[in-house]
Ligand binder design. Sequence first.
Ligand SMILES: NC(=O)c1ccc[n+]([C@@H]2O[C@H](COP(=O)([O-])OP(=O)(O)OC[C@H]3O[C@@H](n4cnc5c(N)ncnc54)[C@H](OP(=O)(O)O)[C@@H]3O)[C@@H](O)[C@H]2O)c1
Length: 264
Amino acid sequence: MISVTLIGAGNVAQHLYKAFSACKEVHINQWHNRRLEQLQMFKNDVDIVDDITLLKEADIYIIAISDDAVAKLSEQLPFSDKLVVHTSGSVNLHHLDKKNRRGVFYPLQTFSKDAELNFSDVPICIEVEHKADYHVLKDLANAITSPYHRVNSPQRAALHLAAVFVNNFTNQLYRVAHEITESEGVDFNILKPLIKETAKKLDTLSPYMAQTGPAKRNDKKTIKKHLASLDKDIHKDIYKLLTKAIKETHGTSASSAFKKPNSK
Ligand SMILES: NC(=O)c1ccc[n+]([C@@H]2O[C@H](COP(=O)([O-])OP(=O)(O)OC[C@H]3O[C@@H](n4cnc5c(N)ncnc54)[C@H](OP(=O)(O)O)[C@@H]3O)[C@@H](O)[C@H]2O)c1
């Protein structure tokens, strides 16, 4: 049995609480948040606490709070030589106070309190200072059926940066598409099979091989027509920049005619 103390009450902490509560290999010792009202609804199921000095003994302390607050909170922990991890893709391992054994348990997924999530679809990126702690965190990932990967700091930073492209930027493009369909009174849902197929294709093809469309084909008339149809300058800018990037990747722009991409 792994005993865990959860710190934070936001999107990630709430999903972790649900996942840990559902598995018999993990016991949630305590759940701390600076504002106790966020945890009141769980008070009959777990020991909730807002006073950090009252934290009890546990195998792992998981800090799932805003990135900027992680370092200070780790300094306030009233113990030493324990395994303390944060859940951030971008916070440096060394920002955790060195009085404890430091680690990262970064769930590479998008979490919202109200959106259901299956942890078997949540890869956990594990980083540790001490080799033995990797096995503890690996067991924790196993307990909630998550795939896990041992990464170093530059690799975690690269994954976090890449995640912004595949998640946040892609989602903003969905938002643009939503505005475009709405402007003509057509249902955005009609695009959903295309959205799903675009992601599904990556099971068998690299992003390079999967690309299609007017920029890759260099269909100049279509590109011109699309640009003329866009009302907002920012949408025109996005269209132009992504078209340029696709052309460069696929060798359809003058400047990249003889260049080959590093990975296909
Ligand atoms: N959301 C995601 O998709 C996602 C994915 C992977 C990793 N992460 C990482 O997981 C961590 C938590 O993210 P989240 O989305 O769960 O955050 P969130 O929903 O915004 O919740 C933030 C939590 O941090 C606490 N907090 C904020 N400032 C604090 C301070 N100065 N001192 C103590 N506690 C403070 C808040 O307490 P109050 O309730 O009292 O305000 C709240 O419990 C972050 O490191 C984030 O990078 C997030």
